[in-house]
Design a protein around this ligand. Structure first.
Ligand SMILES: NC(=O)c1ccc[n+]([C@@H]2O[C@H](COP(=O)([O-])OP(=O)(O)OC[C@H]3O[C@@H](n4cnc5c(N)ncnc54)[C@H](OP(=O)(O)O)[C@@H]3O)[C@@H](O)[C@H]2O)c1
Length: 290
């Protein structure tokens, strides 16, 4: 297929481009230089020229805390920019995959969230990503909205890399134990996107690695698996509460998402988060030591 990828230099987009290419797809990788999607005319020109079968919209304003004071900036990218991509993809007849987030939920439920549960974002980032979803749903006839969570991979900064660094530097580390979610390895998410994009099974999907943990439990797992690979982790994680680490943007206490659409559409569920983590650490330490 011909696939146009936005955010091609980002954490997820980099792996999407690499894996699409290694699976023989024809890819136009768009970083900011190739396509500033806040410009509608540019979207129409770039998408109209390449004529992709699918647009995979990975780019976003992802600075969750900065968004609280840069409201226009967040909406310009996540809402207006997504609208531009949706309009251009639709007039070209392209399918559209919009990557969205667990932050569209308020996190107060005791149950895991299903795809068609009511949303109630509490942060500007979550609200602006939800606005992007609404625009995609109203402007595109062939869309997949794929909500994911707690993303990490080889490219860019993320929680796993931060913990690996801090774990080697500090003897003890306080980590939040009252927020739970599903860590997601970019490679596992990308493999799901590749399966999805060749279908016409449009709709909303929750796509994280399966299972759930708190940030504290995730850190414990990172340290355990890193030690097995010979990384000298000196830190022991200590559980703490969200209140001990006040941040500008609200974080959902429960961001665990049910994979109802994956099951009901006959896709295989994404593997457990710990298996993804082990694979990532093996790849990462292999790359690092080269
Ligand atoms: N990271 C997570 O934990 C997480 C969780 C749930 C959902 N998601 C969603 O997953 C997707 C991928 O996230 P990620 O972690 O890969 O994010 P990322 O590493 O921050 O990448 C986002 C990319 O978007 C680009 N971008 C932003 N504004 C742009 C514009 N106007 N024109 C062109 N490019 C622009 C950024 O370019 P610059 O670097 O030049 O700004 C960056 O390369 C996003 O939709 C995000 O909302 C992420």
């Amino acid at each position: 297929m011909k696939a146009l990828v936005t955010g091609a230099a980002g954490q997820l987009g980099t792996d999407v481009v690499t894996i699409l290419l290694s699976n023989g797809h024809d890819v136009l990788a768009c970083g900011r230089k190739e396509l500033d999607f806040t410009d509608l005319a540019q979207c129409q020109q770039v998408i109209g020229q390449f004529q992709p079968d699918v647009v995979i919209h990975c780019a976003a304003y992802t600075a969750v805390d900065a968004a609280e004071t840069d409201i226009d900036g967040a909406y310009k990218v996540n809402a207006v920019g997504t609208r531009n991509i949706a309009v251009a993809a639709e007039s070209n007849g392209s399918k559209l995959i919009y990557i969205s987030t667990d932050y569209v939920f308020d996190g107060t439920s005791n149950e895991s969230y299903q795809e068609y549960d009511n949303t109630n974002p509490q942060s500007i980032y979550g609200k602006s990503k939800r606005a992007g979803e609404v625009l995609v749903q109203s402007l595109s006839t062939r869309y997949f909205i794929v909500r994911t969570s707690w993303v990490y991979g080889a490219h860019g900064n993320n929680f796993v890399k931060t913990m690996l660094r801090l774990g080697q530097e500090k003897p003890s580390l306080k980590v939040v134990h009252d927020q739970k979610g599903s860590p997601t390895y970019t490679v596992d998410l990308t493999n799901f996107l590749l399966e999805l994009m060749v279908t016409e099974k449009y709709g909303v999907y929750h796509a994280s690695n399966s299972g759930a943990c708190t940030w504290y439990e995730f850190t414990q797992a990172i340290f355990e698996e890193a030690r097995k690979l010979g990384i000298s982790i000196i830190a022991e994680p200590e559980p703490c509460s969200t209140d001990e680490f006040p941040r500008p943007a609200h974080r959902p206490a429960n961001s665990v998402m049910e994979h109802l659409s994956i099951r009901t559409n006959g896709f295989q569920d994404i593997r457990p988060w710990r298996e993804g983590l082990i694979d990532f650490l093996q790849q990462w330490t292999g790359t690092e030591s080269k």
